[in-house]
Design a protein around this ligand. Structure first.
Ligand code: F6R
Length: 241
């Protein structure tokens, strides 16, 4: 694994944004795997800045997001569709028809998972962005004795709902279910960027990168992938040798 530790969040954001932009410049039809949460916000802001400076065009890019809550309409400001529009898609030249998220409002969620997997099978993700949960989740693949390869419906752990409650008005508004890309699809990406910030993630970063490979720490499966770049701030990397 290529592990980079940065003194400031701005440096981390710029480095990650450049990895995406270099990919798109060398391959205008690149397929990008995207994440939500607090970590990517600065990365997307930097990508928008570079687009506005005329350094890159996303006109031919396709994107696939990792996950979406079940039961939130795309106009709900807590849905991941809303987040992506707000932080990235509304500010760059990517057509709406080339941005994909699992549809958490689908009547038949199982059929929606099959549909999403079919789209992922037809394209190879060039670069997949990931964050990590305190319990080691990637996407919404929560720790378990076994993990799903493909897109699936997941019941969110209470700890994950509590961690995400900061974005909602009240805990009972945090959805209980989500759709997530499976670890099989994540690991099929040509390359992966794992970005992590903050002292509260230092322990799980250490476990994921240097501990045993186990489904109880889903991010530890990244150790099996040949092209993972880990971007950490000093706090998140402080427990690494
Ligand atoms: C988001 C996602 C999650 C987050 C993780 C970290 O699409 O898939 O796995 O990456 O929960 O979230 P933050 O960045 O808010 O700490």
């Amino acid at each position: 694994m290529n592990i980079q530790i940065f003194d400031s969040q701005l440096e981390l954001d710029a480095y990650a944004a450049n990895l995406f932009i270099d990919t798109v410049r060398s391959k205008p039809k690149a397929v990008l795997g995207l994440a939500t949460g607090s970590t990517p916000i600065g990365i997307y802001a930097k990508m928008v800045e570079k687009y506005r400076n005329g350094e890159v065009s996303f006109a031919e890019v396709t994107t696939f997001n990792l996950d979406e809550y079940v039961g939130l309409i795309p106009y709900n400001d807590q849905s991941y569709a809303y987040y992506m529009n707000k932080h990235l898609f509304d500010h760059i030249d990517i057509p709406d028809t080339q941005t994909f998220l699992p549809n958490g409002m689908a009547e038949d969620l199982e059929a929606e998972c099959v549909r999403y997997d079919q789209m992922l099978l037809e394209r190879q993700i060039d670069v997949q962005l990931l964050g990590i949960g305190h319990n080691g989740h990637i996407g919404f693949n929560e720790p378990d004795h076994a993990l799903s390869g493909g897109t699936h419906v997941v019941r969110l752990k209470e700890a994950t709902r509590e961690a995400n409650a900061r974005f909602f008005a009240a805990m009972d508004e945090v959805p209980e279910y989500a759709l997530t890309m499976g670890v099989g699809s994540i690991l099929k990406a040509n390359s992966i960027i794992l970005a992590v910030r903050g002292a509260d993630k230092a322990d799980i970063v250490k476990q994921a990168l240097t501990g045993p490979i186990t489904t109880e720490v889903p991010a530890s499966l990244l150790q099996t992938h040949p092209r993972v770049t880990v971007l950490l701030d000093r706090e998140a990397g402080r427990m690494l040798g």
